[in-house]
Design a protein around this ligand. Structure first.
Ligand SMILES: Nc1ncnc2c1ncn2[C@@H]1O[C@H](COP(=O)(O)OP(=O)(O)OP(=O)(O)O)[C@@H](O)[C@H]1O
Ligand SMILES: [Zn+2]
Ligand SMILES: [Zn+2]
Length: 802
């Protein structure tokens, strides 16, 4: 019997509507409504989009149900696994179900884009309606009105791979076509078809006779196949023995086609790691491994060989990397090993490109997915292994709703697919390392660098002694000497400017006025190249003033260390050095990262100066010196993870030195030379750091000993924000046991952003069965919140507490 009722989640992100609504299924749509398709339904006075999440045979209240008006998808956009996952993510992150479902889809499908139909099969549609539809073009607008039979026909074509539905994305990317050729039917391809002395054309003719092709080849591919130039292929078209046509080509995200490489012979350590992973793939055990491998220990090669094992087993593989644009090298390596079987998903892609990749995955054309955080929702079926590289990275946690952590989502999917998860890092998060300690994860270590290369020696420079009139504030004499030395040897250096909370500000030297944002409690940052002051929180911009608005003096000066300013100073110290700067400004343009890294890799610069983004994953064998200009800025943050972050950053960046045959060295400038995070990072002693930091977390009752939930309450009025925060804290406390700890409410360290005030409550707990429901009720039932324009954000295991 056909289902009569569909449960639909409508596209309204409020607590009140965050539940399935019943809709009747009209008979004409009966065979189109399935879980995972999107529909248009009447909702109040509006028509809304929604997702079908379930079907049932009986109506909840007979006859009174409104009916589904339209089905948007010919095939489900979310399969049962992803549908169930979206629900789980919504529950565990206190998000709206609609929001998690939307997060899983490429943006092109979310907005109101126009749809098209493209006939992809060689032969024409069999029936008259289809032939009429595609009479003038292979791609036509999606018809406005379709009968049920016609929709059924479209669905059948899609299932038979004869038809695709596309979204016209108006920004940047349009579907790309390339000129192509096919054999002209009925043309005799004899050598008489071209002049005897036209050698290239004769060569092509011979090739076409001895090695003919079917279907369509792009001009360059045809040229390569027959060893002639593209011009010759064009001549052949003119002569009529090849027919010209076009093909849709995939918008290739990174536009790189690296040379294919072969698996490397593993070292003994790599082999024992790979053996365990491959065994878990084969045995289909949802086991979680923590691969703790020092920088340059060859973790990537182990990932690649494990992926190969999953593919050989007929399964697929998912590999997450932190914000992929930051690691073009990693993507390059995966593409070099697996070529077209790889789909790449990351935030640098246009909507059209993302959609292309997503569809290749959904259709099973791409069996390996490499991507940043949201790629954890890639529509892969039959996953054989999930890898999370640099698992300690905070970018795996989304810091806006839905506040999911990709690691947790990965672990959940792995359970569904019965596949192992590999968490890799030189500096694992304390949470993961502690789980390995307890035996929840299996610890696998790579303690040595490849080819017995030593880890580089690290020198700590005490910047408190770097004073006096003649010294440069940002460059100790030791660092300058090392840079000069490296330059003289024609080797390369990497310089890290740790900019977190540290940027150039404009100040009046006469009265002390500092340029501040009118909307936020934060000073504005100087962007000298653009001659602007910019707020990094709300985006407010204003010109740099020439006179102080308070005392009218013209002594406006800049202070603080911006990357631009350091670059200027560095150029003065080393006039002949070729410097490349890599920060948010210099990489804003698409592909900016890849371009800078590429230039540096080719030896077009001597020094790569950059922010955090240069610390991770770079593998340049020619780098022999790494300098850290200011190691301390992260230490000063009011966050219990400050030491962990500092340790991770310094260890990672130090690991960029000496990866090739020449030995490297590292210089760390700091005002806290005795701090354990800096001392242990200098020794690359992860285990030592782990033990020490664990003791402190235990004393302070912080993760991984305690769980944390952060409530952030905001409103346009500070009084309302404070009142509501105290009320919420008061409501929560009775729900909690004696062992739970409630910190706050306290104003956030930057209390006002974009003219809203922010207060926080941090709950630390070990086991609170009633907390989840309590928080849920708080959000659902609170009319007061709505009335006062109060927003409450709930963040389970927040990565940033400020
Ligand atoms: N078995 C092997 N034989 C030879 N070279 C190898 C082998 N495995 C890896 N390499 C090379 O060693 C270098 C370091 O490896 P890789 O970048 O994978 O290390 P990693 O552990 O990911 O480092 P990091 O954590 O610093 O990013 C790379 O250039 C890689 O090509
Ligand atoms: Zn002034
Ligand atoms: Zn602002």
């Amino acid at each position: 019997m056909m289902a009569q009722t569909a449960q639909v989640i409508v596209d309204v992100a409020t607590r009140q509507t965050d539940q399935p609504y019943d809709y009747a299924i009209p008979e004409t749509l009966a065979d189109q409504v399935e879980p995972g398709v999107r529909v248009i339904v009447p909702f109040g006075r509006r028509k809304l989009q929604g997702f079908v999440v379930g079907l049932s045979d009986t109506a909840a209240f007979d006859g009174k149900l409104k009916a589904i008006e339209q089905v948007l998808d010919l095939t489900p956009v979310l399969d049962p696994e992803l549908l169930a996952l979206s629900k789980w993510v919504a529950t565990t992150t206190f998000s709206f179900w609609i929001a998690t479902m939307q997060t899983m889809l490429p943006a092109a499908m979310r907005a109101k884009y126009d749809r098209t139909l493209t006939w992809t099969a060689d032969e024409k549609p069999a029936d008259g309606w289809g032939q009429a539809l595609f009479r003038h073009a292979r791609t036509v607008p999606y018809p406005d009105t379709l009968t049920a039979a016609q929709t059924r026909q479209l669905r059948a074509w899609v299932k038979a791979d004869q038809l695709t539905v596309d979204y016209i994305v108006h920004n940047r990317a349009k579907a790309k076509t390339q000129k192509a050729v096919k054999l002209a039917p009925g043309k005799a391809l004899t050598s008489a078809a071209a002049p005897k002395n036209a050698k290239a054309q004769q060569k092509l003719l011979t090739g076409l006779q001895t090695k003919p092709f079917t279907g369509v080849l792009t001009q360059p591919v045809a040229a390569a196949r027959y060893g002639v130039s593209v011009a010759t292929v064009r001549l052949a078209e003119k002569a009529g023995w090849l027919q010209s046509t076009t093909v849709n080509i995939r918008r290739n995200p990174l536009a790189i086609r690296p040379e294919r490489d072969q698996p490397k012979r593993l070292t003994a350590d790599q082999q024992q790691a790979a053996d365990q992973f491959v065994a878990a793939v084969a045995a289909k055990t949802p086991q979680t491994f923590l691969l703790e491998g020092v920088t340059g220990s060859g973790k990537t090669e182990v990932y690649l060989q494990t992926i190969q094992a999953a593919l050989d087993d007929g399964r697929t593989a998912l590999m997450l990397v932190p914000e992929i644009a930051l690691t073009p090298q990693m993507v390059h390596r995966v593409l070099a090993r697996f070529g077209d079987a790889v789909a790449v998903l990351h935030s640098g892609l246009s909507d059209g490109e993302k959609f292309d990749e997503w569809r290749r995955i959904q259709r099973g054309e791409a069996r390996i997915v490499v991507g940043a955080r949201s790629a954890v929702f890639a529509p892969l079926a039959n996953i054989g292994v999930i890898i999370i590289d640099e698992e300690h990275e905070t970018s795996y946690k989304q810091d806006e709703a839905p506040r999911y952590h990709a690691r947790n989502v990965a672990l959940h999917r792995a359970k569904t697919f019965h596949c192992p998860v590999i968490l890799g890092s030189a500096t694992p998060s304390l949470e993961s390392r502690a789980r390995a300690e307890k035996g929840v994860y299996t610890l696998v270590r790579l303690p040595e660098r490849i080819n017995d290369r030593p880890l580089p020696p690290v020198h700590i420079i005490d910047m408190r002694k770097n004073s006096g009139a003649r010294v440069q504030p940002d460059f100790s004499p030791e660092l300058v000497a090392a840079l000069e030395n490296t330059l003289a040897k024609h080797e390369q250096s990497v310089l890290l400017l740790n900019r977190r909370g540290y940027s150039a500000q404009a100040m009046c030297r006469n009265c002390g006025w500092i340029a501040r944002c009118p909307n936020c409690d934060i000073s504005l940052t100087v962007h000298r190249a653009a001659r602007k002051l910019v707020c990094h929180y709300c985006g407010h911009e204003e010109p740099i003033p020439t006179r102080c608005p308070v005392c009218n003096s013209d002594k406006i000066r800049f202070f603080g260390t911006g990357t631009e300013k350091v670059e200027d100073t560095l150029q003065k110290i080393l006039p002949t050095a070729r410097i490349l700067r890599m920060d948010a400004d210099s990489t804003r343009k698409k592909g900016g990262h890849a371009r800078i890294l590429n230039a540096f890799g080719k030896g077009q610069a001597d020094i790569l100066l950059g922010t955090q983004m240069i610390a991770k994953g770079l593998d340049f064998p020619t780098v022999t010196l790494v300098g850290v200009i200011n190691a301390d800025t992260a230490l000063g943050m009011p966050d219990f993870r400050a030491s962990e972050r500092t340790f991770q950053l310094l260890t990672q960046v130090a690991g960029r030195a000496g990866r090739g045959s020449k030995p490297g060295s590292v210089i760390i400038q700091t005002y806290n030379p005795d701090h354990y995070a800096i001392q242990l990072a200098a020794r690359q002693d992860y285990e030592g750091f782990f033990r020490r930091e664990m003791r402190l977390r235990h004393q302070g009752k912080y993760p991984p000993y305690y769980y944390t939930v952060l409530l952030t309450i905001s409103a346009p009025s500070e009084t309302v924000t404070a009142q509501e925060s105290y009320r919420i804290a008061g409501d929560l406390k009775p729900l909690l046991s004696q062992t739970a700890i409630v910190l706050g409410p306290t104003p956030r360290s930057i209390t006002r952003i974009n003219n809203r005030y922010y207060y926080q409550i941090l709950v630390k707990f070990k086991k609170e069965p009633a907390l989840g429901r309590g928080l849920h009720n708080l959000l659902t039932n609170s009319q007061a919140l709505l009335k006062n324009k109060v927003q409450v954000a709930i963040d389970f295991e927040p990565q940033q507490i400020m």
